[in-house]
Design a protein around this ligand. Structure first.
Ligand code: EPZ
Length: 418
């Protein structure tokens, strides 16, 4: 298995182009099933979650070619397919194929996507919205199965689930009649999906709000779309500069929404400024602690930045507190940071962090995508050598994190387990 080897203590400086958004492109790949014909996606990130979804789509007759960030899909000959557990569990984004396939074929089936280390991740809200749109839905041990024609109507979400909102939109755009989704998630990735669908002929309004209106159309056409930059990957490289006292410029950030993220970098003592298509960070010698960070649905501080922020605060000056309110077990990074000498106490859904001057390099293990990236950050700031096992988790969402960090001056290599 591959692991990331890091020699800590180097300031990160320089410029990098931001990759396309993983959580933006995954729902769009599902939406392609609704577009009969060819779809060209530019700035598509070359990450394993995307490769996994393309592999899954191939079982439903979707063909694709992927070269230098440009994805060319053809769904002309797509057909209904029941995705088994080996496909459903590959990536959480796969659950969105249910809404898209039901919307196009009026039938869909998939094994349960299952939970992961950050939580049980049930799909009860997804099933709720399908039923509210008229699905005959059966939940069996082998998975979830939908049939019947989607009928526009009133969808009410008791919690602004990103995936359930996206599945509701995917199921409603070609439904008979009109739909209003109340309590919709407002994450930028949901808005990106709606913009893509409108480019393909959908009629969606209220984009980016918690009340989304959809006028059902007969079908969608192929189109061309450029995926926005990834706001969490942007936060990751800004954090890499922040923990090493460096100065980094991110390019390709014109449409990247940093709401709920940038202000926390400021509170830690970083200077961040945006120009048209760039974000620049100038970090202090040592970060300042921030008490009272709470993750919550957009526009609050995003849960996907939580592990990365805990890693930043582990070497900040003073005491910080971070509370996780979205996922029930998303502190997998804490025991690994403690092995590097971090002073972190967990109490339920909160962690209390006393910043250390320095962490000590050692071998640590990524438990999920974001905790893996957080451990790389910790290695950059640590004394000595850090090895982060579980590179396959990091590769799910980051294009070549080692090469990118190296181009910013970090001493990072991707090594193979002996
Ligand atoms: C999306 O997951 C993202 N994944 C996650 O990013 C992100 O952390 C999450 O939204 C929150 O912003 C993708 O977009 C592919 P939710 P999703 O439905 O849609 C509970 C990353 O690192 N819930 O908003 O699965 C759920 O268990 C990943 O890039 C139910 O109880 O998130 C969780 O506690 C991690 N029942 C909370 O809601 C349901 O039917 C938020 O989940 C659905 C969700």
């Amino acid at each position: 298995m591959s692991y990331v080897k890091i020699e800590g203590g180097t300031k990160l400086e320089g410029e990098l182009s931001l990759q396309g958004s993983k959580n933006g492109v995954l729902p769009i790949l599902a939406a392609c099933i609704l577009c009969k014909g060819r779809v060209i996606l530019k700035n598509c990130p070359d990450i394993s979650d995307v490769r996994d979804i393309l592999y899954t789509l191939s079982f439903a007759g979707v063909t694709s070619t992927f070269k230098e960030g440009c994805l060319d899909l053809d769904t002309t000959d797509a057909f209904p397919y029941r995705f088994g557990p080996e496909l459903a569990c590959k990536t959480r984004g796969g659950v969105l194929l249910l809404g898209a396939c039901w919307g196009r074929f009026h039938e869909a089936g998939m094994a349960y996507p299952g939970g992961c280390v950050i939580g049980a991740r049930p799909i009860d809200l997804h099933c709720r919205v399908f039923r509210q749109l008229g699905a005959t839905l059966s939940e069996k041990p082998e998975g979830v199965f939908l049939c019947g024609c989607p009928e526009g109507g009133r969808v009410v979400l008791p919690y602004p689930s990103v995936g359930a909102t996206e599945n509701a939109v995917l199921a409603a755009v070609c439904a008979k009649g009109n739909t209003v989704i109340y309590g919709a998630a407002r994450e930028p990735e949901v808005a990106e999906l709606c913009r893509f669908l409108n480019r393909a002929g959908a009629k969606i309004c209220g984009i980016g709000t918690s009340r989304i209106g959809i006028e059902g159309v007969r079908g969608l056409r192929g189109t061309e779309y450029t995926v926005s930059g990834d706001r969490i990957v942007a936060g990751t490289y800004l954090a890499a500069a922040a923990v090493t006292g460096g100065e980094v410029c991110l390019c390709g950030t014109r449409h990247v929404c940093m709401k709920g993220i940038a202000e926390y970098f400021g509170r830690m003592g970083n200077r961040i400024y945006r120009e048209a298509d760039r974000i620049v960070i100038n970090a202090p010698k040592r970060l300042k602690a921030v008490p009272g960070i709470v993750t919550a649905p957009y526009p609050a501080f995003p849960t996907d930045m939580q592990s990365l922020t805990v890693a930043m605060l582990a070497t900040a000056e003073g005491d910080s507190c971070v509370e996780e309110t979205v996922f029930e077990s998303r502190f997998g990074v804490v025991p690994e940071l403690q092995r590097m000498g971090a002073d972190i106490q967990r109490n339920g859904q909160s962690v209390y962090i006393r910043g250390m001057e320095r962490l000590q390099g050692t071998t640590v293990t990524a438990m999920d995508l974001r905790s893996g990236a957080a451990l790389v950050l910790a290695g950059l700031a640590a004394e000595g050598e850090t090895c982060v096992d579980g590179y396959e988790y990091i590769a799910r969402g980051y294009e070549d994190i080692c090469g990118t960090m190296r181009r910013l001056g970090a001493k990072t290599v991707l090594a193979e387990e002996k």
